[in-house]
Design a binder for this molecule. Structure first.
Ligand code: FAD
Length: 432
Protein backbone atom coordinates (compact mmCIF):
# COMPACT_ATOMS: atom_id res chain seq x y z
CA UNK A 1 0.00 0.00 0.00
CA UNK A 2 0.99 3.63 -0.43
CA UNK A 3 2.09 5.30 2.80
CA UNK A 4 3.15 8.86 3.44
CA UNK A 5 4.74 11.07 6.05
CA UNK A 6 2.34 13.53 7.70
CA UNK A 7 3.60 16.31 5.43
CA UNK A 8 2.45 14.19 2.43
CA UNK A 9 5.45 15.31 0.44
CA UNK A 10 7.16 11.94 0.76
CA UNK A 11 5.42 8.63 0.01
CA UNK A 12 6.31 5.04 -0.84
CA UNK A 13 4.66 1.78 -1.94
CA UNK A 14 5.37 -0.55 0.97
CA UNK A 15 4.52 -3.95 2.33
CA UNK A 16 2.78 -3.10 5.61
CA UNK A 17 2.29 -5.61 8.45
CA UNK A 18 0.03 -4.80 11.40
CA UNK A 19 0.73 -7.28 14.21
CA UNK A 20 -1.78 -7.59 17.04
CA UNK A 21 0.58 -9.45 19.36
CA UNK A 22 4.26 -9.02 20.27
CA UNK A 23 5.15 -12.55 19.21
CA UNK A 24 4.09 -11.85 15.61
CA UNK A 25 6.78 -9.18 15.28
CA UNK A 26 9.61 -11.67 15.46
CA UNK A 27 8.30 -13.45 12.34
CA UNK A 28 8.37 -10.20 10.37
CA UNK A 29 12.10 -9.81 11.00
CA UNK A 30 12.57 -12.22 8.07
CA UNK A 31 11.24 -9.46 5.81
CA UNK A 32 13.94 -7.01 6.86
CA UNK A 33 15.21 -4.43 6.20
CA UNK A 34 12.16 -2.83 7.72
CA UNK A 35 11.08 0.08 9.85
CA UNK A 36 8.37 0.56 12.48
CA UNK A 37 5.52 2.99 12.13
CA UNK A 38 3.03 4.24 14.69
CA UNK A 39 0.40 6.79 13.58
CA UNK A 40 2.70 8.21 10.88
CA UNK A 41 2.65 11.64 12.53
CA UNK A 42 6.32 12.20 11.71
CA UNK A 43 6.31 14.64 8.82
CA UNK A 44 9.00 13.25 6.54
CA UNK A 45 10.33 9.82 5.58
CA UNK A 46 11.46 8.39 8.92
CA UNK A 47 8.66 5.81 9.03
CA UNK A 48 8.83 4.89 5.35
CA UNK A 49 10.59 1.77 4.05
CA UNK A 50 9.89 -1.09 1.64
CA UNK A 51 8.66 -3.13 4.61
CA UNK A 52 6.84 -1.47 7.49
CA UNK A 53 5.62 -2.83 10.82
CA UNK A 54 2.67 -0.72 11.89
CA UNK A 55 2.22 -0.90 15.65
CA UNK A 56 -1.20 0.64 16.24
CA UNK A 57 -2.80 -2.75 17.06
CA UNK A 58 -0.26 -3.27 19.85
CA UNK A 59 -2.50 -1.06 21.94
CA UNK A 60 -2.99 -2.77 25.29
CA UNK A 61 -2.34 -1.40 28.75
CA UNK A 62 -0.25 -3.71 30.94
CA UNK A 63 -0.44 -2.07 34.38
CA UNK A 64 -1.08 1.24 36.10
CA UNK A 65 -0.22 2.05 39.69
CA UNK A 66 -2.53 4.81 40.82
CA UNK A 67 -0.39 5.58 43.87
CA UNK A 68 2.96 6.01 42.11
CA UNK A 69 1.88 7.04 38.59
CA UNK A 70 3.85 4.24 36.94
CA UNK A 71 2.17 3.09 33.73
CA UNK A 72 3.13 0.16 31.49
CA UNK A 73 1.63 -0.31 28.04
CA UNK A 74 2.35 -1.65 24.60
CA UNK A 75 4.15 0.59 22.15
CA UNK A 76 1.10 1.28 19.96
CA UNK A 77 -0.88 2.96 22.75
CA UNK A 78 -1.38 6.66 21.97
CA UNK A 79 -0.97 9.79 24.09
CA UNK A 80 -4.79 10.24 23.85
CA UNK A 81 -5.45 6.72 25.14
CA UNK A 82 -3.09 7.20 28.07
CA UNK A 83 -4.75 10.47 29.04
CA UNK A 84 -8.23 8.93 28.72
CA UNK A 85 -7.16 6.38 31.29
CA UNK A 86 -5.16 8.45 33.75
CA UNK A 87 -6.54 12.00 33.87
CA UNK A 88 -9.66 11.00 35.86
CA UNK A 89 -7.33 9.32 38.34
CA UNK A 90 -5.24 12.47 38.82
CA UNK A 91 -2.25 11.79 36.56
CA UNK A 92 -0.85 13.32 33.37
CA UNK A 93 1.94 12.69 30.87
CA UNK A 94 5.22 14.20 32.06
CA UNK A 95 5.94 15.32 28.49
CA UNK A 96 3.56 15.37 25.54
CA UNK A 97 4.06 16.49 21.94
CA UNK A 98 1.49 18.69 20.16
CA UNK A 99 -0.67 15.79 18.96
CA UNK A 100 -2.47 13.08 20.92
CA UNK A 101 -2.22 10.76 17.89
CA UNK A 102 1.34 9.79 18.71
CA UNK A 103 2.21 6.29 19.91
CA UNK A 104 4.45 5.55 22.86
CA UNK A 105 6.88 3.84 20.45
CA UNK A 106 6.92 6.90 18.19
CA UNK A 107 7.38 9.23 21.18
CA UNK A 108 10.41 7.24 22.38
CA UNK A 109 11.92 6.82 18.90
CA UNK A 110 11.71 10.58 18.25
CA UNK A 111 12.38 11.42 21.91
CA UNK A 112 9.66 14.02 21.58
CA UNK A 113 9.52 17.26 23.56
CA UNK A 114 6.60 19.36 24.70
CA UNK A 115 6.01 22.92 25.80
CA UNK A 116 7.85 22.13 29.03
CA UNK A 117 11.29 21.09 27.80
CA UNK A 118 12.92 23.82 29.94
CA UNK A 119 11.42 22.14 33.04
CA UNK A 120 11.09 18.41 32.28
CA UNK A 121 13.33 17.69 29.30
CA UNK A 122 12.31 15.14 26.66
CA UNK A 123 9.95 12.16 26.72
CA UNK A 124 12.73 9.60 27.32
CA UNK A 125 13.66 11.28 30.60
CA UNK A 126 10.41 9.87 32.02
CA UNK A 127 10.79 6.40 30.52
CA UNK A 128 11.71 3.88 33.21
CA UNK A 129 12.26 0.97 30.81
CA UNK A 130 11.13 -0.50 27.51
CA UNK A 131 11.17 -3.88 25.81
CA UNK A 132 13.03 -3.86 22.51
CA UNK A 133 12.95 -6.60 19.87
CA UNK A 134 16.43 -6.75 18.35
CA UNK A 135 17.26 -7.79 14.78
CA UNK A 136 18.32 -11.26 16.00
CA UNK A 137 14.88 -11.91 17.51
CA UNK A 138 15.95 -11.45 21.14
CA UNK A 139 13.84 -9.18 23.36
CA UNK A 140 15.82 -6.99 25.78
CA UNK A 141 14.41 -4.92 28.63
CA UNK A 142 16.28 -1.65 28.21
CA UNK A 143 16.81 0.75 31.13
CA UNK A 144 19.02 3.85 31.41
CA UNK A 145 21.22 2.17 34.04
CA UNK A 146 21.41 -1.49 32.89
CA UNK A 147 21.80 -0.93 29.14
CA UNK A 148 22.74 2.75 28.82
CA UNK A 149 24.15 2.46 25.29
CA UNK A 150 20.97 0.88 23.90
CA UNK A 151 18.79 3.34 25.83
CA UNK A 152 20.73 6.32 24.44
CA UNK A 153 20.64 4.95 20.90
CA UNK A 154 16.95 3.96 20.88
CA UNK A 155 15.55 7.14 22.46
CA UNK A 156 15.67 9.56 19.54
CA UNK A 157 17.04 6.77 17.32
CA UNK A 158 14.13 6.90 14.83
CA UNK A 159 13.36 3.16 14.97
CA UNK A 160 16.82 2.16 13.76
CA UNK A 161 17.85 -0.04 16.72
CA UNK A 162 14.83 -2.40 16.85
CA UNK A 163 11.11 -2.63 17.52
CA UNK A 164 9.93 -1.10 20.80
CA UNK A 165 7.22 -3.47 22.04
CA UNK A 166 6.19 -1.91 25.36
CA UNK A 167 7.32 0.70 27.86
CA UNK A 168 6.96 1.83 31.46
CA UNK A 169 6.46 5.56 31.97
CA UNK A 170 6.49 7.83 34.99
CA UNK A 171 3.48 10.19 35.01
CA UNK A 172 3.00 13.42 36.97
CA UNK A 173 0.19 14.12 39.44
CA UNK A 174 -2.48 16.72 38.62
CA UNK A 175 -5.45 18.16 40.50
CA UNK A 176 -7.43 19.37 37.50
CA UNK A 177 -7.90 18.50 33.85
CA UNK A 178 -7.77 22.19 32.94
CA UNK A 179 -4.81 24.33 32.01
CA UNK A 180 -4.67 27.96 32.98
CA UNK A 181 -3.32 29.84 29.96
CA UNK A 182 -2.05 33.41 29.94
CA UNK A 183 -1.31 35.11 26.62
CA UNK A 184 1.38 37.78 26.46
CA UNK A 185 2.03 39.93 23.44
CA UNK A 186 5.51 40.82 22.19
CA UNK A 187 6.39 43.23 19.41
CA UNK A 188 9.81 41.87 18.56
CA UNK A 189 12.00 38.81 18.87
CA UNK A 190 14.03 40.42 21.64
CA UNK A 191 10.83 41.08 23.53
CA UNK A 192 9.48 37.55 23.21
CA UNK A 193 12.82 36.03 24.27
CA UNK A 194 12.88 38.34 27.31
CA UNK A 195 9.33 37.22 28.11
CA UNK A 196 10.42 33.57 27.88
CA UNK A 197 13.25 34.34 30.35
CA UNK A 198 10.96 36.23 32.70
CA UNK A 199 8.59 33.24 32.73
CA UNK A 200 11.26 30.55 32.92
CA UNK A 201 9.62 29.00 35.98
CA UNK A 202 6.27 28.58 34.26
CA UNK A 203 5.56 24.93 33.49
CA UNK A 204 4.52 25.36 29.86
CA UNK A 205 5.47 28.06 27.39
CA UNK A 206 5.26 28.43 23.64
CA UNK A 207 5.13 31.43 21.31
CA UNK A 208 3.35 31.86 18.02
CA UNK A 209 5.32 34.07 15.68
CA UNK A 210 4.10 35.96 12.65
CA UNK A 211 7.02 35.31 10.34
CA UNK A 212 5.69 37.39 7.50
CA UNK A 213 5.78 40.58 9.56
CA UNK A 214 8.58 42.66 8.12
CA UNK A 215 11.28 44.98 9.46
CA UNK A 216 10.02 46.81 12.55
CA UNK A 217 7.40 44.19 13.34
CA UNK A 218 9.66 41.21 12.73
CA UNK A 219 9.20 38.68 15.50
CA UNK A 220 5.85 40.03 16.69
CA UNK A 221 4.43 37.18 18.66
CA UNK A 222 2.05 35.82 21.24
CA UNK A 223 3.56 33.91 24.13
CA UNK A 224 1.25 31.36 25.74
CA UNK A 225 2.12 30.42 29.30
CA UNK A 226 0.38 27.46 30.91
CA UNK A 227 -0.02 25.79 34.30
CA UNK A 228 -2.10 22.83 35.43
CA UNK A 229 -5.10 24.35 37.27
CA UNK A 230 -5.88 23.35 40.83
CA UNK A 231 -9.59 24.06 40.33
CA UNK A 232 -12.11 22.73 37.79
CA UNK A 233 -11.91 19.07 38.80
CA UNK A 234 -10.82 15.98 36.94
CA UNK A 235 -12.96 15.45 33.85
CA UNK A 236 -12.54 13.32 30.81
CA UNK A 237 -12.34 15.78 27.95
CA UNK A 238 -13.88 15.06 24.57
CA UNK A 239 -14.64 17.40 21.70
CA UNK A 240 -16.43 17.16 18.38
CA UNK A 241 -14.17 16.42 15.42
CA UNK A 242 -14.21 18.33 12.18
CA UNK A 243 -13.06 16.91 8.90
CA UNK A 244 -11.19 18.45 6.01
CA UNK A 245 -12.91 16.32 3.39
CA UNK A 246 -10.59 17.03 0.47
CA UNK A 247 -7.28 18.55 -0.49
CA UNK A 248 -7.48 22.33 -0.50
CA UNK A 249 -6.80 23.89 -3.91
CA UNK A 250 -3.21 25.04 -3.95
CA UNK A 251 -4.07 28.74 -4.47
CA UNK A 252 -5.89 28.98 -1.12
CA UNK A 253 -2.69 29.41 0.85
CA UNK A 254 -0.68 32.22 -0.67
CA UNK A 255 1.47 34.99 0.85
CA UNK A 256 -1.50 37.39 0.92
CA UNK A 257 -4.02 35.04 2.55
CA UNK A 258 -1.44 34.03 5.14
CA UNK A 259 -0.57 37.66 5.87
CA UNK A 260 -4.26 38.46 6.42
CA UNK A 261 -4.67 35.41 8.68
CA UNK A 262 -1.61 36.34 10.72
CA UNK A 263 -2.76 39.96 11.02
CA UNK A 264 -6.24 38.97 12.25
CA UNK A 265 -4.86 36.37 14.66
CA UNK A 266 -2.42 38.85 16.11
CA UNK A 267 -4.95 41.66 16.45
CA UNK A 268 -7.39 39.27 18.15
CA UNK A 269 -4.99 38.93 21.04
CA UNK A 270 -4.09 42.60 21.14
CA UNK A 271 -4.75 42.80 24.86
CA UNK A 272 -1.88 41.36 26.80
CA UNK A 273 -2.40 39.10 29.76
CA UNK A 274 -5.54 37.48 28.37
CA UNK A 275 -6.30 34.61 30.81
CA UNK A 276 -8.25 31.47 30.03
CA UNK A 277 -8.83 28.08 31.60
CA UNK A 278 -8.72 25.53 28.80
CA UNK A 279 -9.52 21.80 28.75
CA UNK A 280 -6.22 19.97 28.29
CA UNK A 281 -7.11 18.81 24.76
CA UNK A 282 -7.51 22.38 23.53
CA UNK A 283 -4.30 23.49 25.18
CA UNK A 284 -2.02 20.63 24.13
CA UNK A 285 -3.56 19.34 20.89
CA UNK A 286 -5.29 22.25 19.08
CA UNK A 287 -4.57 20.87 15.60
CA UNK A 288 -6.13 17.49 16.42
CA UNK A 289 -9.54 19.19 16.41
CA UNK A 290 -9.56 18.84 12.61
CA UNK A 291 -9.01 15.39 11.13
CA UNK A 292 -6.59 15.42 8.22
CA UNK A 293 -5.68 19.07 8.69
CA UNK A 294 -2.58 18.21 6.67
CA UNK A 295 -4.79 18.32 3.52
CA UNK A 296 -4.92 22.09 3.93
CA UNK A 297 -1.70 22.42 1.98
CA UNK A 298 -3.08 20.78 -1.15
CA UNK A 299 -2.17 17.62 -2.97
CA UNK A 300 1.57 18.27 -3.09
CA UNK A 301 1.78 18.43 0.68
CA UNK A 302 4.13 20.52 2.77
CA UNK A 303 7.38 20.46 4.64
CA UNK A 304 7.52 21.10 8.31
CA UNK A 305 10.87 22.57 9.19
CA UNK A 306 11.97 22.60 12.82
CA UNK A 307 15.41 23.65 13.91
CA UNK A 308 17.10 24.65 17.14
CA UNK A 309 19.86 27.24 17.59
CA UNK A 310 22.16 27.32 20.62
CA UNK A 311 21.30 30.04 23.11
CA UNK A 312 24.50 31.99 22.39
CA UNK A 313 23.42 32.71 18.79
CA UNK A 314 19.72 32.48 19.54
CA UNK A 315 18.06 35.84 19.00
CA UNK A 316 20.60 37.07 16.43
CA UNK A 317 20.39 33.79 14.51
CA UNK A 318 16.60 33.65 14.63
CA UNK A 319 16.46 37.18 13.23
CA UNK A 320 18.69 36.31 10.29
CA UNK A 321 16.61 33.23 9.49
CA UNK A 322 13.25 34.96 9.91
CA UNK A 323 14.40 37.82 7.68
CA UNK A 324 15.44 35.31 5.04
CA UNK A 325 12.06 33.55 5.20
CA UNK A 326 10.15 36.80 5.24
CA UNK A 327 12.00 38.02 2.14
CA UNK A 328 11.35 34.73 0.33
CA UNK A 329 7.58 35.34 0.64
CA UNK A 330 7.09 31.60 1.13
CA UNK A 331 4.91 32.03 4.15
CA UNK A 332 4.44 29.73 7.05
CA UNK A 333 0.95 29.34 8.42
CA UNK A 334 2.31 28.19 11.73
CA UNK A 335 5.56 29.37 13.27
CA UNK A 336 6.10 28.05 16.73
CA UNK A 337 8.93 29.17 19.01
CA UNK A 338 9.99 27.17 22.05
CA UNK A 339 12.84 27.51 24.52
CA UNK A 340 14.74 24.32 25.25
CA UNK A 341 16.55 23.55 28.46
CA UNK A 342 19.69 21.41 28.53
CA UNK A 343 19.83 18.50 26.09
CA UNK A 344 20.14 14.89 27.30
CA UNK A 345 22.79 12.29 26.51
CA UNK A 346 20.90 10.36 23.84
CA UNK A 347 22.92 10.13 20.65
CA UNK A 348 20.33 11.55 18.24
CA UNK A 349 17.88 13.43 20.47
CA UNK A 350 17.07 16.77 18.96
CA UNK A 351 16.91 19.33 21.80
CA UNK A 352 19.96 21.34 22.80
CA UNK A 353 19.78 24.38 25.08
CA UNK A 354 18.49 27.23 22.96
CA UNK A 355 15.63 28.40 20.77
CA UNK A 356 13.63 26.13 18.51
CA UNK A 357 11.42 27.34 15.67
CA UNK A 358 8.98 25.18 13.67
CA UNK A 359 7.53 26.38 10.35
CA UNK A 360 5.36 24.92 7.61
CA UNK A 361 6.15 25.45 3.93
CA UNK A 362 3.60 24.49 1.32
CA UNK A 363 5.36 22.36 -1.30
CA UNK A 364 5.76 24.54 -4.39
CA UNK A 365 8.56 25.49 -6.78
CA UNK A 366 11.53 26.99 -4.94
CA UNK A 367 10.81 25.36 -1.56
CA UNK A 368 13.50 22.70 -1.80
CA UNK A 369 16.15 25.35 -2.54
CA UNK A 370 14.83 27.48 0.31
CA UNK A 371 15.05 24.57 2.76
CA UNK A 372 18.56 23.66 1.59
CA UNK A 373 19.64 27.26 2.17
CA UNK A 374 18.05 27.20 5.63
CA UNK A 375 19.87 23.93 6.39
CA UNK A 376 23.22 25.60 5.66
CA UNK A 377 22.34 28.62 7.81
CA UNK A 378 21.31 26.40 10.74
CA UNK A 379 24.45 24.29 10.35
CA UNK A 380 26.71 27.37 10.23
CA UNK A 381 25.12 28.69 13.42
CA UNK A 382 25.77 25.45 15.33
CA UNK A 383 22.13 24.35 15.34
CA UNK A 384 20.39 21.22 14.07
CA UNK A 385 17.23 20.07 12.32
CA UNK A 386 14.64 17.80 13.99
CA UNK A 387 14.80 14.31 12.46
CA UNK A 388 11.10 13.58 12.98
CA UNK A 389 10.20 16.57 10.82
CA UNK A 390 12.97 16.22 8.26
CA UNK A 391 12.64 14.97 4.68
CA UNK A 392 15.43 16.80 2.85
CA UNK A 393 18.53 17.11 5.05
CA UNK A 394 21.79 16.02 3.42
CA UNK A 395 24.13 13.40 4.87
CA UNK A 396 26.77 16.12 5.31
CA UNK A 397 24.50 18.39 7.36
CA UNK A 398 23.25 15.47 9.45
CA UNK A 399 26.73 14.19 10.26
CA UNK A 400 28.12 17.61 11.11
CA UNK A 401 25.19 18.61 13.33
CA UNK A 402 24.52 15.29 15.12
CA UNK A 403 28.04 14.84 16.45
CA UNK A 404 27.34 11.49 18.12
CA UNK A 405 26.16 9.68 14.99
CA UNK A 406 29.22 7.39 15.00
CA UNK A 407 28.48 6.22 18.55
CA UNK A 408 24.93 5.58 17.39
CA UNK A 409 26.20 3.40 14.54
CA UNK A 410 28.53 1.52 16.92
CA UNK A 411 25.58 0.58 19.13
CA UNK A 412 23.53 -0.46 16.10
CA UNK A 413 26.40 -2.68 15.00
CA UNK A 414 26.78 -4.18 18.49
CA UNK A 415 23.08 -5.11 18.69
CA UNK A 416 22.69 -6.38 15.12
CA UNK A 417 20.54 -3.54 13.79
CA UNK A 418 22.60 -2.80 10.68
CA UNK A 419 20.87 -4.08 7.58
CA UNK A 420 17.77 -5.00 9.64
CA UNK A 421 16.23 -1.62 10.39
CA UNK A 422 16.35 0.95 7.59
CA UNK A 423 14.12 3.83 6.54
CA UNK A 424 14.17 6.13 3.54
CA UNK A 425 15.47 8.77 5.91
CA UNK A 426 18.31 6.64 7.29
CA UNK A 427 19.48 5.87 3.73
CA UNK A 428 19.44 9.55 2.81
CA UNK A 429 21.40 10.45 5.94
CA UNK A 430 24.09 7.87 5.20
CA UNK A 431 23.31 5.52 8.10
CA UNK A 432 23.90 1.86 7.33
C1 FAD B 1 0.19 18.10 14.96
C2 FAD B 1 1.53 17.55 15.37
C3 FAD B 1 2.17 18.13 16.44
C4 FAD B 1 3.42 17.66 16.84
N1 FAD B 1 4.03 18.26 17.90
C5 FAD B 1 5.23 17.81 18.32
C6 FAD B 1 5.87 18.40 19.44
O1 FAD B 1 5.35 19.34 20.06
N2 FAD B 1 7.05 17.90 19.84
C7 FAD B 1 7.64 16.85 19.19
O2 FAD B 1 8.72 16.43 19.62
N3 FAD B 1 7.06 16.26 18.12
C8 FAD B 1 5.88 16.72 17.67
N4 FAD B 1 5.27 16.14 16.59
C9 FAD B 1 5.95 15.01 15.93
C10 FAD B 1 5.53 13.66 16.54
O3 FAD B 1 5.45 13.74 17.93
C11 FAD B 1 6.59 12.61 16.20
O4 FAD B 1 6.79 12.57 14.83
C12 FAD B 1 6.21 11.22 16.69
O5 FAD B 1 7.34 10.38 16.58
C13 FAD B 1 5.08 10.61 15.88
O6 FAD B 1 4.66 9.40 16.49
P1 FAD B 1 4.00 8.24 15.63
O7 FAD B 1 3.49 7.22 16.59
O8 FAD B 1 3.04 8.80 14.65
O9 FAD B 1 5.28 7.65 14.91
P2 FAD B 1 5.63 7.57 13.34
O10 FAD B 1 5.50 8.90 12.75
O11 FAD B 1 4.87 6.47 12.74
O12 FAD B 1 7.18 7.18 13.46
C14 FAD B 1 8.12 8.13 13.89
C15 FAD B 1 9.46 7.43 14.16
O13 FAD B 1 9.30 6.52 15.25
C16 FAD B 1 9.68 5.22 14.88
N5 FAD B 1 8.81 4.27 15.61
C17 FAD B 1 7.47 4.33 15.73
N6 FAD B 1 7.03 3.31 16.49
C18 FAD B 1 8.12 2.59 16.85
C19 FAD B 1 8.32 1.41 17.61
N7 FAD B 1 7.30 0.75 18.19
N8 FAD B 1 9.58 0.94 17.75
C20 FAD B 1 10.63 1.59 17.19
N9 FAD B 1 10.50 2.71 16.46
C21 FAD B 1 9.26 3.21 16.28
C22 FAD B 1 9.50 5.17 13.38
O14 FAD B 1 10.33 4.19 12.79
C23 FAD B 1 9.91 6.57 12.98
O15 FAD B 1 11.29 6.67 12.85
C24 FAD B 1 4.03 16.57 16.16
C25 FAD B 1 3.38 15.98 15.07
C26 FAD B 1 2.13 16.47 14.67
C27 FAD B 1 1.43 15.85 13.50
Amino acid sequence: MKIQGWGRYTSIDAKVFSPSFDFECEGYLQSSPLICRGFGRSYGDSSLSQTVIETTKLDRFISFNQDTGLLSCQAGVSMNEILNLVVLRGWFLSVTPGSGYVTVGGAIASDVHGKNHHIRGSFSQHVISFDLLLGCGEIITVTPSRTPDLFKATCGGMGLTGIILSATLQLIPIKSSFISQRTLRANSLEEVCELFEANALSTYSVAWIDCLAKVRQMGRSLLMIGEHCVHGGLELVTRPKKNLPMDMPSWVLNPYSIKVFNFIYFQKSIFSNEKLDLPYLSYFYPLDAINNWNRMYGRNGFIQYQFVLPKAVGVRGLKIILKFISESNKGSFLAVLKVFGKGNENYLSFPIEGYSLALDFKMEPGIIDLVKRLDSMVEEMGGRIYLTKDSLMSEKTFKSTYAQWELFEEVRTKYGAIGKFTSNQSKRLGLQ
